[in-house]
Design a protein around this ligand. Sequence first.
Ligand SMILES: Cc1ncc(COP(=O)(O)O)c(C=O)c1O
Length: 285
Amino acid sequence: MNRTVYVNGQFVSESDARISIFDRGFLFGDGVYEVSAVLDGGLVDNTAHLARLERSLGELGMDSPATLEDIERAQKELVARNDLDEGIVYLQITRGPADRDFAYPAEPKPTLVMFTQKKALVDNALAERGIAIVTVPEQRWRRRDIKTVGLLAASMAKQAALDAGADDAWMVEDDFVTEGSSNNAWIVTGDGVVVTRNLGSEILHGITRAVVLQLARERQIAIEERAFTVEEAKSAAEAFITSASTFVLPVVGIDGETVGDGTPGPITRRLREIYIESARAGADR
Ligand SMILES: Cc1ncc(COP(=O)(O)O)c(C=O)c1O
């Protein structure tokens, strides 16, 4: 594959892209990122992703090398140059290259990179089968509301899940599920109430989570934003995850125990349909 990627204002072939070995993203994980879905060649929920990017930058006192308008223009150009119909656009901003020092550089020169990845998002076999998850202890830092590139604990959780023959991991702190390795965690109670953890620094404020909550509210589906335990999740009627690259994906097993009847539940299926319909309608070219 030889995609066109974006590096600090330039569109270049991926084999020509260069970043300094002194980049603080590389040395310290000192960077933030966003992943936006692309459907029918258009960006999904991108305004909200860029608003979260701005917040992440602000929380870390990091400058952006470009305005949000410039970033969005470059995202669209990248999608067009790569002729991407369905997949994701990844973007990352780091504090840039500097002599290695824990303190921030006095005059940072932030790095901005972007690339696309082709992926079938709508026709996802896992949406029909449902995924199996395992629970693992929460090992990440305490500012999970900032979307930083420091993803090792999440990566370890995902690998532990694969090693156990499952598809993904939910992380657990003080008996309560925080979220998935790269997604928000949800359950549906026996009474049809859709439950996902309330916002705080314990979880990433998922953009898909916010949109699904809004779409559910508009359809008078009962919602509770609160923490739930692994036990409650195991005995729930349905469970699912949300993220920009999975949309709404059913969870049919937790730690080897079947959720509901072991197939994707009706409320989960409906929310996936509603979300995809809204994402398609809003996809911004
Ligand atoms: C830890 C974590 N939680 C939740 C999400 C879902 O967020 P979004 O819906 O904005 O993709 C992600 C996405 O990467 C994530 O990494």
